[in-house]
Design a protein around this ligand. Sequence first.
Ligand code: BLA
Length: 504
Amino acid sequence: VSAAEQQRLIECAREPIRRPDSVQPHGALVVVDAATWQIVSISDNAVTFFGREATDLLGQHISLVTGVEPLPAFAEVLDSATIAANPVRVAVGEQSFDAILNRSGSTALIDFEPVLSDVDSQATAAIFAAMHRLASFTTAESLWAAAARELHTITGFDRVMIYHFHPDAHGEVVAEVAAEGMDPYLGLHYPASDIPSQARELYLLKLSRVIADSRAAPSGLLGLSDPEAVSTVAIDLSRAELRSVSPHHLEFMWNMGQASTMSYSLVRDGELIGMITCAHRTARRVSFEVRTSLEVLANQIALQLSSIKALSAMAKQIELRNVRTRVVSGLVDNPDISRELLGGLATMLDLIPADGATVRLGGIVASVGAAPGEDGQLRLTDALRARVSGLAFASDSLLLDHPDLAPIAPAIAGVLMVPVGVEGDYIAWFRTEKLHSVNWLGDQSASNRATVLSPRNSFTSWSRDVTGVSAPWDDFEAEATELGRDIERVLFHRSESRLALVAQ
Ligand code: BLA
């Protein structure tokens, strides 16, 4: 991660996107005191929807907007624990609205969205049918691809993308369906700062969002700076459907040619593992009912992805345990443990694929394949022992993680090392560099941004070689630690039986 990207990560994450002082103008937001239903804040576009100026409504009772009738329904939604009670259909004059209520501290946020023509029941049926079809996919790749196709058909958006977040928070487009003539983004990677951390936190709390028109000027909220109002701090709009959008992200959307987006969070165990984004070249809205049905669909996809991942991790674990059993059983009756570990029927390299391995037992070092020389090993292990606490040391890039140690073993990129016993012995695996290139969404160099905080201007695929990095060690760290414990047990039994022989 470059210094500029580090700075961008910090700066982008600072923007208080939950309290923006404004809303998207395709509806009106009314904020009431949840106890009295007095309007404490209202968006300045109220007159276009309600026929009354926002300034006249501020401080009044909500019934001045809705008539007296819908109040019991409002209270019911607010008191129910789930959002499933939303929306409440209300008429104001000639216009029907979906009113969507959410609590925010002592206030209630009420989004008023003009009702779209009623094609929702068809869409809901299509969503259920898609859920049935998607249920049969058993690999992440096939599920991603099928989900993108289904969502493209259901929503009609120009482009539907599925993002997968990598452990370092950067994203990858893992499935895509795009309208004819649009540049494909499939397989491209993008930096973590494109979706900063506070946005990801918010997207865990609220699983879907709509940006109906990236070019529309937001409507300001009145009442917030009134010293007589409930609060002089901006209200938390996290749950508001109409919450206005970060100007940085709006600029990103303009640069991408996106007039509107609708996106869904993919969550596993409280962690954002991906997102589904539907993007359109013209302004576009989707009814609240369809949006919430799609939330259920996205939830199903996330659950399926979780179970696919859990099942494959379990299968891999069982396979590894079988190999480890074979490695260890070869040690039991063998006088030369090092030779067995490095050259027996089942070796350390069968357990954990690498380019070389080393065993140091009783102070004697033995190696196969690509491994640093004995002198280099000693310096490396001394240095690592001094700075690594815990059971195992794993790095897929000495150059990046410990640049001062890299020159000791210039041919080695990745090291996995587990101490054995207390005499400074160890087992270790070494991997050489795995050259590969990553295709990024847009040039990642500074020349493609006006300032550190600006989104990129160009989004053509930009390839960069990754050097000095080996394949990741992933779950092998735990496996290596287990093998270390197994070897200690074998050595312990051996010394016990030797003691028993001496005693006889
Ligand atoms: C939000 N950034 C987002 C969102 C997406 C992306 C999908 C969620 C909102 C939405 O659905 O539109 C990123 N969109 C992408 C990517 C692709 C795409 C990568 O179509 C292409 C495949 N963004 C920047 C910079 C900053 C930034 C420099 O590029 C910060 C300075 C911020 N992005 C940013 C913020 C949000 C965001 C703050 C949250 C928007 C909000 O919900 O208010």
